[in-house]
Design a protein. Structure first.
Lengths: 235, 409
C-alpha cells in the first residue's frame, strides 16, 4: 500500500466531499473573525494613539508606563497573553470571561503595543517646526498635537497601520484555542469530521485572504482619500 | 511712537550641551554633565509701538535665539521680557536653584513616599498625612497635583485593604523608596535645594512657568503668543491644510471664531499678501515665496501687536525674495511693529527705524540705518559690513536696487 492510498484506506470521502457544500457552516465563524478583528483593531488603535502620544510625552510619569506597556506586551507571545486573559482571569482569579471578549482584549492589547510604536514613529517624523508654528499662534501643546501633528502623522502611518490591521485579522485565528468558533476553529472541526485538510484549510486561508485583502483595499482607499496634494508623493 | 511695547532686560540664554559619557551604566550612576554654551549674554532692548527693528549680525551670534526668547519658543535662562508692561518671561530670585524636571519628580515622589510610609509605619492618622501632603499642593505646578491626588487616593485604598503586618511592611518599603527617590544621585543638588525652598516656605516655580501676578493684564504665554505673529525661516506651514485653512486654524482654535468669520478673515489676510486666488492650494503646490506669504498671512490674521520675522527670506531663491520683502515693506508702512532678523541689507536700510547688531550674544551696536550703515562705530560692525558688501559686489556687479540684494555671510 503506497502513501497515496492512505486517505482511501481511512475512508474514501474525497469523491463525495465538496467544501462548497459546507460553506454555510462558515457563516457564523466569519462573523466571529470579523467581530474579533474589528473590535481588536478599534481597541488597538485607541491604545496605539494613547500609548504613542504617551511615549513622546515630556512627563516621565506618563512616558514610563507607556514604555513598560509596549515592552512587556510586545515581548511576550500573543498565545500566552490570550491564555492569561482567558484562563488566568477565569480560573485563576475567578473573573468570568467570555472567550470572545477575552480574545478581543488579548488581540487588541497586543496590537496596541505595536500601534503605539507606529504612532510614536509617525509623530516623531513630523518636523519640529510644525509644532513651533502652531505654538507660535497661541495654541496649547495639546491643540498643536491634535490639529497639526496628529493629522499629518496619521496620514504618514497609514501603510504600517494597514500592515498591523492585517496582522490583527490573522492573529484572531489564535482565538480558536480558547473555544471561540471562528474560521480556524470551524475549519479544525470540519477537518475532524471529514479529514480533508487540504480542501478545508485552503478554503479557510481563502476566507482570511478575502478579509485581509478587503482591509488592504480599504486602507489604500483611505490613503488616496487623505492624500495631500503636492506632499509626500513618490510616484 | 513713544509707548514701549516690548522690553527685554538682561536676556540670557545658555544651552546645555550634554557631555558624552562612555557606557550606559556610567550614565546611570553618575550625574549627567553638561557643557554650557552661552548664546545670549545679556541683551537689553526696548521696542516702541510701531517701530521696525532689524536685527543683523553674523551666524551663530544669537539673533534667532533673541527673537525666539521674546515669545518663549526658546526659554530664556535668565532675564526678563515685558510685553505691554506685563512680564511674560523672567526668573524669580529663588529660581537660581533652577529645578529641573527630574529633580522635581524625585522630590515629589520622595515626599509622598515618605508621607505615606510614615502614615503606615507609625499609624499616624491618615488625615494628618494627607493634610501634610495637601499642604504641598499650592507649591506644585498643576500636572503634579493630579499625580499627587492619584497617589493619595491609592494610599487611601491600600490603607483600607491592608492588615497591620502588611501595612508596616508597605510603610517600610515606602519610606525606603521615598528616601531613595530623594537621594537619587543625579538629583541630590536640585532635590535638596528644592527641599530647602519648601522648608523656607518660598513659592517654588517650575522653570518657564513664571507668572507675574502683581502686574495687570494677562501673562499666559499662549495668550501672549496669540498677539505676536511669527514667521519662520522654513515657513512651517501646516502641510495637510490648504492655504486658507492654515490661516483659519488658529483663528478658530485660539480666537474661538466660528468657521464663517474665520474664513472671511483668512481670505482678507490672504488678499493682503496677494494670494487670495491660492486660498485652496496646499503648501506643497505653492512656491517658496508664496508659502512664506501664506505664513505671513497666517500670522497677520490674528491681528498681532508685533510681528517677529526669523530670517524670512533665507530659504528662498533669489528671484522669490522680492515678493516676500514687498509684503513686509507694505506691512512696515502700515505701522505694524516688527522685529526682523535678516541678512537683506538693502531691505534693512530701507524699512528699519533702528538696526541692532547682535554679535557673540550681545548687542554690539545699535542705531538708525543711516548711522549704522553710514558710520559704524564698532570695529566688529565695520568688519562685518565690509565683508558683506565685498561679497555683494562680487556677486552683483552693478549697484543693485534696494531690497533685492542678496547677502549671506
Amino acid at each position: 500500500m503506497d502513501v497515496w492510498s492512505i486517505p482511501q484506506a481511512i475512508g474514501d470521502t474525497s469523491s463525495q466531499f465538496n467544501i462548497l457544500e459546507h460553506v454555510g457552516l462558515f457563516f457564523n465563524p466569519v462573523i466571529m473573525t470579523v467581530l474579533i478583528s474589528v473590535f481588536a483593531i478599534i481597541l488597538g488603535f485607541g491604545l496605539g494613539i494613547v500609548g504613542g502620544l504617551a511615549r513622546v510625552s515630556r512627563l516621565r510619569l506618563v512616558r514610563v508606563p507607556a514604555t513598560a506597556y509596549v515592552d512587556v506586551v510586545r515581548g511576550t507571545p500573543l498565545l500566552v497573553q490570550l491564555f492569561l486573559w482567558y484562563f488566568g482571569l477565569t480560573i485563576g482569579l475567578g473573573v468570568a470571561m467570555d472567550p470572545l471578549v477575552a480574545s478581543i482584549i488579548a488581540v487588541g492589547v497586543h496590537s496596541g503595543a505595536y500601534q503605539s510604536e507606529i504612532v510614536r514613529g509617525g509623530v516623531n517624523s513630523i518636523p519640529k517646526g510644525q509644532e513651533e508654528a502652531a505654538r507660535a499662534t497661541g495654541m496649547t501643546h495639546l491643540q498643536a498635537m491634535r490639529f497639526v501633528i496628529l493629522p499629518q502623522a496619521l496620514r504618514l502611518i497609514l501603510p504600517p497601520l494597514s500592515n498591523e490591521f492585517v496582522i490583527v485579522i490573522k492573529d484572531s485565528s489564535l482565538a480558536s484555542v480558547i473555544a471561540v468558533v471562528e474560521i480556524t476553529a470551524m475549519a479544525g472541526q470540519l477537518n475532524g469530521t471529514y479529514f480533508q485538510p487540504f480542501e478545508i484549510f485552503i478554503f479557510a486561508a481563502f476566507l482570511y485572504l478575502c478579509l485581509t485583502y478587503a482591509t488592504s483595499f480599504m486602507m489604500r482607499a483611505l490613503e488616496r482619500k487623505y492624500h495631500i496634494p503636492g506632499y509626500g508623493d513618490r510616484r | 511712537m513713544s509707548e514701549v511695547l516690548l522690553e527685554a532686560k538682561e536676556l540670557k540664554k545658555e544651552f546645555q550641551v550634554p557631555v558624552k559619557t562612555e557606557g550606559r551604566f556610567r550614565r546611570l550612576f553618575t550625574r549627567k554633565r553638561y557643557d554650557v554654551l552661552q548664546v545670549l549674554k545679556g541683551v537689553n532692548v526696548k521696542i516702541q509701538k510701531g517701530e521696525v527693528v532689524v536685527v543683523i549680525g553674523p551666524s551663530g551670534g544669537g539673533k534667532s535665539t533673541f527673537l525666539r526668547c521674546i515669545n518663549r519658543l526658546t526659554e530664556p535662562t535668565s532675564g526678563e521680557v515685558y510685553f505691554e508692561g506685563v512680564k511674560i518671561a523672567g526668573e524669580s530670585p529663588v529660581n537660581r536653584f533652577a529645578l529641573n524636571e527630574g529633580g522635581l519628580w524625585a522630590l515629589i515622589g520622595g515626599v509622598i513616599g515618605l508621607m505615606v510610609g510614615l502614615i503606615f509605619l507609625f499609624d499616624v492618622s491618615l488625615l494628618a498625612g494627607l493634610a501634610f501632603g495637601t499642604g504641598l499642593v499650592p507649591f506644585l505646578p498643576s500636572p503634579y497635583i493630579i499625580g499627587f491626588l492619584v497617589i493619595a487616593f491609592a494610599a487611601l485604598g491600600i490603607e483600607s485593604a491592608l492588615g497591620s503586618y502588611e501595612k508596616t511592611l508597605a510603610g517600610a518599603l515606602m519610606v525606603i523608596s521615598g528616601l531613595a527617590m530623594l537621594f537619587i544621585l543625579e538629583t541630590i543638588p536640585t532635590a535638596i535645594s528644592a527641599a530647602l525652598l519648601f522648608i523656607g516656605g518660598i513659592r517654588v516655580l517650575r522653570r518657564g512657568r513664571i507668572k507675574a501676578r502683581d502686574t495687570p493684564g494677562s501673562s499666559d504665554i499662549n495668550e501672549v503668543r496669540s498677539h505676536m505673529g511669527m514667521v519662520f525661516q522654513s515657513f512651517n506651514l501646516f502641510m495637510h491644510l490648504t492655504a486658507k485653512r492654515n490661516v483659519m486654524l488658529a483663528l478658530e482654535k485660539v480666537r474661538g471664531m466660528n468657521a464663517q468669520e474665520a474664513e472671511a478673515r483668512a481670505l482678507q489676510a490672504l488678499t493682503q499678501v496677494g494670494l487670495a486666488e491660492k486660498a485652496n492650494s496646499h503648501p506643497g503646490e505653492l512656491s517658496g515665496g508664496q508659502q512664506q506669504r501664506v505664513a505671513i498671512a497666517r500670522a497677520l490674521a490674528m491681528d498681532p501687536k508685533v510681528m517677529l520675522f526669523d530670517e524670512p527670506t533665507s530659504a528662498l531663491d533669489p528671484e522669490l525674495i522680492g515678493e516676500v520683502l514687498d509684503v513686509m515693506k507694505r506691512l512696515a508702512n502700515s505701522g505694524m511693529t516688527m522685529i526682523i532678523v535678516t541678512h537683506e541689507m538693502g531691505f534693512a536700510r530701507e524699512v528699519a527705524d533702528r538696526v541692532l547688531f547682535i554679535d557673540q550674544g550681545v548687542i554690539a551696536e545699535e542705531g538708525t540705518p543711516e548711522e549704522f550703515f553710514g558710520n559704524p562705530r564698532n570695529e566688529r560692525t565695520r568688519q562685518f559690513l565690509r565683508r558683506l558688501f565685498a561679497e555683494q559686489r562680487a556677486e552683483v556687479p552693478d549697484i543693485q536696487p534696494v531690497g533685492t540684494g542678496r547677502a549671506t555671510p
